[in-house]
Design a protein around this ligand. Structure first.
Ligand code: SAJ
Length: 408
């Protein structure tokens, strides 16, 4: 391996490229976004993540480079986005296909092309192999194709890159073993080598499993609300059973993984995914449930002006700045549909204005509102509980330590 070319320098591609560089390999990171490439070349991480700055410096010291061009190489890792098509819910492989084609333009004979992007089961056979073959390449001779999905969680990515077990899907154990050797440079946990379809499927299954389990907690929250039972108390007690582990209800499921991947299965197996589809619907209904709870509180306190309501948190979960598919954005969309404009928003991690009526200063935000809706349980709020005591608080994350807040 002369150089590893990592394509797509987002939440997954960048930390992976940095890890490989840190472990002493020559790495070139490629992204179409020139602005991003310039930022990275100046040594600036584009998002906040525990340990990222130090890792970035170590990778720079080891000579990592960033460019908009694909490099002539024998090893490529593709980590571009894989969105789903709005109507059919099937995976849209357009970015992966485009990256694969750009790799084929420059790669050496016998190269390994590793797809890290999450892809639905069968994507490699349905789209990627035919694309490669249509260009006259013989898979297994001119080029090897692999799928190596990641499992890292925003907020703890660097640790998990090193410590989480991972999967490599390959056409044979020889090439699988070779790429196992590459990932073993930084991954200290078990690496399972399997076939490509099993690797595709297991990744999607993992996130679907979590979506279903969160949906169960959310459904319990709704049941408990109807009859005024304390869902948190009930979950706490039930979890004392040695074989029960119920997750926590919340204002919805965001992020670019758990709220997206189950749709791939629904899109491909519409007749077989009743449970998965129902779970998706339950989780997607939570912002509406929160809106209902806001209305309850407004009614109870005779507050008519929606602009007296403030949503705390724009990120999709605690202590990250990632707002993709966030429950707060889902809730704001829903409010717009109901012509309920003017609700205030604040998130200490989101430092640029991305929605209307967003505050960049916590105290200014608090000054404007009567009802505070905790959408995300950032540590920032946990350490500022005294500042919100005089508000009516709807705590969708169960983090409030004082008495009298409203829950889901
Ligand atoms: N959530 C709840 N209740 C819970 C747990 C989470 O409502 O009990 C919500 C969160 O608030 C958030 C969403 O679910 O909105 C997802 O957050 P998360 O922290 O559970 O997961 P992600 O999306 O950040 O990362 C997931 C992880 N997958 C699994 O845990 C199975 C991660 O390991 C994957 O690498 C990542 O998806 C991915 O890239 O696929």
């Amino acid at each position: 391996m002369r150089v590893i070319n990592v394509i797509g320098l987002g939440y997954i591609g960048l930390p992976t490229a940095l890890m490989l560089a840190k472990s002493g390999l020559k790495v070139v990171g490629t992204d179409l976004n020139i602005k991003l490439v310039n930022t990275l070349s100046e040594g600036k991480p584009p998002f906040e993540e525990e340990g990222l700055e130090q890792l970035f410096q170590e990778a720079l010291d080891n000579g990592i480079e960033f460019t908009t061009e694909y490099k002539k190489s024998d090893t490529y890792i593709i980590a571009v986005p894989t969105p789903y098509l709005k109507d059919s819910k099937k995976l849209d492989p357009k970015y992966v296909i485009s990256a694969v084609n750009s790799v084929l333009d420059v790669c050496e004979k016998g190269s390994s092309l590793i797809i890290e992007s999450t892809i639905s089961p069968g994507t490699t056979d349905r789209y990627i192999r035919p694309e490669i073959e249509s260009r006259g390449f013989v898979i297994g001779e001119d080029i090897h194709i692999l799928h190596a999905p990641e499992r890292i969680i925003p907020g703890n990515m660097i640790y998990e890159l090193e410590h989480n077990s991972r999967t490599i899907g390959a056409d044979n154990s020889e090439i699988g073993g070779k790429i196992n050797g590459l990932y073993s440079k930084f991954c200290k946990a078990e690496i399972v080598v399997t076939d490509i379809r099993s690797a595709e499927m297991s990744k999607v299954v993992e996130n679907t499993y979590r979506d279903i389990n969160i949906a169960f907690a959310n459904e319990l929250a709704k049941i408990c609300r109807t009859d005024n039972m304390d869902v948190y108390e009930i979950i706490k007690i039930a979890n004392k059973h040695p074989r029960v582990n119920i997750l926590q209800p919340g204002p919805g499921v965001g992020g670019h993984c758990i709220s997206v991947d189950p749709w791939f299965l629904v899109g491909d197996y519409p007749d077989l995914t009743n449970l998965i589809l129902t779970a998706r619907k339950i989780n997607d209904s939570m912002p509406r449930h929160v809106l209902g709870r806001i209305r309850d509180i407004m009614r109870e306190h005779n507050i008519r002006d929606i602009s007296k309501v403030g949503l705390y948190g724009l990120a999709y979960k605690e202590n990250v700045d990632d707002t993709r598919e966030s429950p707060t954005l889902q809730l704001l969309n829903r409010m717009d549909e109901h012509l309920a404009f003017g609700v205030k928003v604040f998130d200490p991690f989101v430092k640029e204005r991305i929605v209307n009526d967003q505050f960049l200063n916590f105290n200014d935000f608090l000054d404007e509102i009567q009802i505070l809706v905790v959408m995300v349980g950032h540590d920032h709020l946990k350490s500022n509980m005294d500042l919100i005591k005089d508000k009516l608080v709807l705590d969708t994350k169960n983090i409030c330590t004082f008495h009298g807040s409203y829950t889901l």
